[in-house]
Design a protein around this ligand. Structure first.
Ligand code: LLP
Length: 459
């Protein structure tokens, strides 16, 4: 099997497994599809003066990938101080960064103020904390715009904020990733928005700029984005009576094709749904439209190579145990998510592929000491053997970014492929990385026995 013009079995040999392989061209092409789909938006919709595409760093925060997106001109949606630092390190200008999240710490609020990014407030409590912090800080000066085309023009004497709205939209996706249901922890219910704006408008160092929502993830039916946008634009229009609302952020959420049954919507479909919402909206002044796609930019750009460590045939099931588990890819265990699994060698000859008598049904499991460590069930695959490489598809979004070191398994390496060339973008972690920040209090260091064999491992 080839990915990005590179033989994946050769990659597994050279870099070891588990291994994440990301195709740079797919990332660029996915981002450009958004740019193309939304390029006409402001010409067609007079109430939109600009469109910003702010990639959701949580989907995949590898610095090389952020750098690729920075080169493409993307902005960023970040939800932690470190995501903010990563986006800026990769070269994404601060005026294209939106800081979201529902539990920002004082340090994160301070960092947001110091860097001049747009803060998206999730509660009145947070607004009060921000106001206090802003009083104690010098705000960045307006003399030095951080890019040639500042996309969220800011008046720096005050901290510019949006407020996250919970528009109460039910979406067809896994309940754990539906984020705008009535009982969701995110945002402020639409009914409380006016009161919240009134309270925040009294805070001298905060300037209210817009509203934000994010209704969920892996959404395949774009009509819910239209429904959400219509609600948001009604709110924006009413708010514009009293406030300078000049941007509306509709969040991310566009789904991708994981299984044969999925019909993947395109950024064009999303643009059409949003245009329909703007056409019926009665805004009093033009706004910037902000989008925060994550999965649809990186989801299909990466594969995970994993090696079969054992094949076990029981009366109940055939198990293929591989060296990647939910420590590397938690989506199947957490959401019952489907990821296609293909043997890397199954592409060898068509004749071999067609020998259905050699196919068996497998449960593909990881190495972790948890029964839930299952990557795929009922998978019909050619007879597997130890040492074989399996390819898990579409792991670019919420793969490594949700990984852990559970069972003391170091995180895997990551390579970037592009037109047949390969570059390492993340080294495999080592035992040393696992214990780097741990401390044995000196009082516990009293010699137990001859430790020369048990201490001193670093790899
Ligand atoms: N903006 C906000 C405020 C978000 O919370 C999210 C995702 C996004 C944008 C990007 O959404 P996307 O375009 O990627 O759907 N771990 C789950 C997905 C959680 C999504 C959380 N928020 C999964 O693996 O399916």
């Amino acid at each position: 099997m080839y990915f990005g013009g590179v033989d994946v079995e050769e990659l597994a040999d050279k870099y070891g497994t588990p291994l994440i392989v990301t195709d740079e061209n797919i990332v660029r092409e996915n981002y450009r599809a958004y740019v193309r789909a939304f390029s006409e938006f402001k010409d067609e919709i007079s109430s939109v003066y600009d469109v910003d595409i702010c990639y959701a760093v949580k989907a995949n925060g590898s610095i090389a990938i952020l750098r690729i997106l920075a080169q493409e001109g993307a902005g960023a949606d970040v939800v932690s101080g470190c995501e903010l630092k990563a986006a800026m390190l990769a070269g994404i200008p601060s005026d294209k960064i939106i800081f979201n999240g529902n539990a920002k710490t004082d340090d994160e609020l301070r960092l947001a103020v110091e860097t001049g990014v747009l803060l998206c407030l999730d509660s009145l409590d947070e607004a009060e904390a921000l106001s206090e912090i802003a009083h104690g800080l010098q705000l960045p000066s307006s003399d030095q715009p951080s890019s040639d085309q500042p996309s969220l023009p800011v008046e720096r004497e005050r901290v510019h904020v949006a407020v996250r709205v919970n528009p109460d939209i039910s979406v067809k996706t896994h309940p754990k990733i539906a984020t705008a249901l009535k009982n969701s922890k995110f945002g402020i219910p639409a009914a409380d928005i006016f009161n919240t704006f009134r309270r925040i408008s009294l805070m001298k160092l905060i300037k209210l700029r817009g509203i934000h929502c994010h209704i969920g993830s892996q959404i395949l039916d774009v009509s819910v984005f239209q429904e959400a946008a219509e609600k948001m634009l009604r709110i924006a229009s009413s708010l514009q009576r009293e406030y300078d609302i000049d941007f509306v952020d509709i969040g991310g959420g566009l789904g991708i094709k994981y299984s044969e049954d999925d019909v993947q919507p395109t950024p064009h479909d999303l643009a059409d749904a949003l245009k329909a919402a703007f056409r019926v909206a009665k805004l009093r002044r033009p706004v910037k439209l902000v989008l925060e796609p994550g999965r649809s930019i990186v989801g299909n750009a990466s594969i995970l190579l994993t090696k079969v460590q054992s094949v076990k045939r029981t009366a109940e099931r055939n198990f293929a145990a591989v060296d990647a588990g939910f420590n590397i890819l938690i989506r199947p265990a957490m959401y019952g998510a489907y990821h296609e699994i293909i043997p890397a060698s199954c592409m060898r000859t068509d004749a071999e592929n067609n020998r259905t008598d050699e196919f068996e049904e497998y449960t593909i499991v990881g190495p972790l000491c948890e029964s839930g460590d299952v990557l795929g069930e009922h998978r019909k695959l050619p007879r597997l053997k130890r040492g074989e490489i399996l390819v898990i598809m579409n792991v670019g979004a919420y793969g490594l970014s949700m990984s852990s070191q559970y069972n003391m398994r170091p995180r895997c390496a990551e390579v970037l492929v592009c037109n047949g060339k390969t570059e390492l973008i993340r080294e495999r972690e080592t035992f040393g990385d696992l214990i780097r920040h741990q401390i044995i209090p000196p009082r516990l260091l009293k010699k137990l026995h001859d430790c020369s064999t048990c201490m001193g491992f670093n790899d």
